[in-house]
Design a protein around this ligand. Structure first.
Ligand code: ADP
Length: 637
């Protein structure tokens, strides 16, 4: 097996000369191994990658260019959906000038094609490593034999394990600098084994190497006669990759699009994430749970009798079953789960901290839903594996938190299925990918709390009050005039016999929200709760008036989405900062300017003005009474 590698030029040339078709066939059907190298520059990572490239380039020097193009094609099609997801997300970011640096290198040997993700090793590059690892089948953890197991060894191993990489190679490097001493190797191995077990890594492959001298890279080194395991290259070439074991799992295919060129054909296209599908198989569509049988498996190269994990196909059913983009087609007798609340691990990748309660887009498989994350249960110190209390997650932080989605999603625990268990979070305003995450399990409370249908409906409530419910959502700087004008609006409506309720920022903070302060995270939660209360009040048929600074577009948008279409009326009380500050009715601006009051909107905390509010009130050009008249006229024409 290794003689092919040690004498590559001869073998390749011979094969090409003898039978070009056979050669191309071997090349076409070579499996792909994606791996990541972990270590800092000092550990010899660059030298090792250089050595692997050099050794393999000898084989296919002239074809390298073509193969690199090949590797790009694989990259864009996506061997795995989760990879495509992250790459899509990152491509969108690159357009906006934000880049997460991961260098992918391609090389190939007689046995296999390889893509190495080369990521920087320092803690501030955790997100880079996670990005690189998210597609990897194997991780090479490099150790400098002179230094042994270091903090970064632990961090890299933890991250690789977290991302679900099952094959870990412990490359104990620079053996030449410790005189190929077996006792050094054994001591490091003992150390690492104890650590690996403590974080749940059950097996790994240790190899003593010298990237610089080439020991045990492609040929067994005469300097380490005590080592009987495989060389690094032989291991990389023969280790079993996930694609094989994926086929043994139950069928999972996330529907990418519905293929309906004419009335006679209706098929569901996507990449099979796990399992095998055959014509005649009983399948179930989730989340609906409807069942049918597979009538055809269509590909560009014609129909198939069966298809396996990794293949992109179009499935046709024997029955007319509802199925659309984002749904998952699964084996009928062992379907994945459906839920809307989860425990998750989240790797935060954005410069801005995570805001618990804020709604982000969540992409999982081919599903996109709105999701909010709760305050983390804890954050993990990636150097010591300690669990720390945390209110939020900063750039590169990893934490465990509950998450809820606005509708049911089809999922599997990440440990079982990376495609249906791995997700990314996207900021709704900037479109930046802000986090990668893994679903652990669904929360039981989500399964046990059902929506109780009540007999007196929201329509009934509104009818009894002879009005159409609405939310007049006032937003603006402190002192802009929200409370003053809201109060006048409510008085006018009361005179017209309308049933109203005014929710005022200061008042709510005395009761429902008295546990919240003025950090960004608390402001998000403040508005989320007020939004939920306003929603219940509209269900009761009321016209709700809210007077909160509500500084962030995201949360105002979130509340808008909670309401029935047309019921949310955003009212921007547009007073320039200088005017509000000059009024300073509560003396708060003075306090903020002198530093006695932190996080004050307009001073040291941002205010994001509405871009397209239903009503804009310019208080410089209107008295409070005129403003109130204008708003009432708009609400009740
Ligand atoms: P907010 O609720 O937005 O913090 P308030 O209503 O408590 O603001 O305070 C606004 C102050 O500005 C009040 O004292 C109000 O009398 C004064 N004011 C002056 N001109 C106007 C105007 N055109 N519209 C609203 N308020 C005004």
């Amino acid at each position: 097996m290794t003689d092919l590698v040690t004498d590559p030029i001869y073998k390749t040339d011979a094969l090409i000369a003898e039978d070009i078709d056979a050669y191309l066939d071997v090349h076409q059907h070579k499996t792909m191994l994606r791996f990541i190298t972990c270590g800092s520059v000092d550990d010899g990572k660059s030298t090792l990658i250089g050595r692997l490239l050099y050794d393999s380039k000898m084989i296919f020097e002239d074809q390298l260019e073509a193969l690199q193009a090949d590797s790009k094609r694989v990259g864009t099609q996506g061997q795995e959906i989760d990879f495509a997801l992250l790459v899509d997300g990152l491509a969108a970011e690159r357009e906006q000038g934000i880049t997460i640096d991961v260098a992918y290198r391609f090389f190939t040997t007689e046995k296999r094609k390889f893509i190495v993700a080369d990521t920087p090793g320092h803690e501030q590059y955790t997100r880079n490593m996670v990005t690189g690892a998210s597609t990897a089948d194997l991780a090479v953890i490099l150790i400098d034999a002179r230094k042994g197991v270091l903090v970064q060894t632990r961090r890299h191993s933890y991250l690789a394990h977290l991302i679900g990489i099952k094959n870990i190679v412990l490359a104990i490097n620079k053996m030449d600098l410790v005189d190929y001493d077996q006792s050094v190797y054994d001591a490091i191995l003992k150390d690492y084994t104890a650590f690996a077990h403590s974080i749940g890594i059950t097996s790994f492959t240790p190899i003593p190497i010298s990237g610089f001298k080439g020991d045990n890279i492609t040929a067994h080194s005469e300097h380490t006669p005590w080592y009987t395991g495989p060389t690094l290259m032989a291991h990389l070439e023969t280790v079993e990759v996930d694609q094989v074991s994926d086929q043994e799992k139950p069928l999972r295919m996330a529907v990418q699009w519905v293929n309906r060129p004419n009335l006679d054909f209706r098929g569901f296209s996507g990449q099979i994430a796990a399992g095998v599908v055959r014509v005649g198989d009983a399948v179930r569509v989730l989340p609906s749970g409807k069942t049918s049988t597979v009538s055809r498996i269509v590909t560009l190269d014609g129909d198939l009798e069966q298809a396996v994990a990794g293949q992109s196909v179009t499935l046709c059913f024997a029955d007319e079953v509802d199925c659309s983009r984002g749904d998952v087609i699964a084996a009928s007798d062992s379907p994945p789960q459906v839920a809307d609340q989860f425990e998750t691990t989240i790797v935060w990748m954005a410069d801005e901290e995570m805001l618990p309660g804020r709604a982000y887009w969540l992409k999982i498989g081919t599903q996109t839903v709105s999701a909010t994350v709760q305050q983390p249960k804890y954050q993990i110190n990636v150097n010591t594996m300690e669990q720390l209390a945390a209110k939020t997650l900063d750039l590169n932080a990893i934490g465990v938190a509950n998450l809820s989605t606005d509708r049911q999603i089809v999922f599997e625990p990440y440990a079982q299925n990376r495609t249906l268990g791995g997700f990314i979070l996207i900021d709704k305003i900037t479109n930046a990918t802000v986090a990668a995450g893994m679903l652990h399990f669904s929360l039981r409370r989500a399964q046990n709390v059902h929506w109780q249908a009540t007999d007196v409906s929201r329509e009934h409530h509104a009818l009894m009050k002879h009005q159409k419910p609405a939310v007049l959502w006032f937003t603006g700087l402190s002192g802009a005039g929200k409370s003053t004008i809201a109060n006048l609006v409510e008085k006018r409506l009361a005179r017209m016999n309308r049933h109203t309720f005014l929710l005022d920022g200061d008042n709510v903070r005395h009761g429902l929200n008295k546990d919240l302060g003025f950090t960004d995270a608390d402001r998000v939660e403040n508005i989320r709760r007020v939004g939920e209360v306003a929603k219940l009040m509209t269900d009761a048929g009321l016209i709700v008036i809210t007077a909160f600074i509500s500084p962030f577009r995201s949360e105002r948008e979130m509340v808008r989405q909670m309401m029935q279409p047309g019921e949310f009326i955003e009212v921007h009380i547009d007073t320039p900062l200088a005017d509000a500050e000059a009024r300073d009715v509560k003396g708060l601006y003075k306090k903020a300017r002198s530093g006695q009051l932190k996080n004050f909107t307009g001073i040291d905390s941002p205010y994001e003005a509405p871009l397209d509010p239903e009503i804009r009130i310019d208080t410089a050009g209107m008295t409070p009474d005129e403003a109130a008249d204008a708003i009432v006229a708009r609400l009740i024409p």
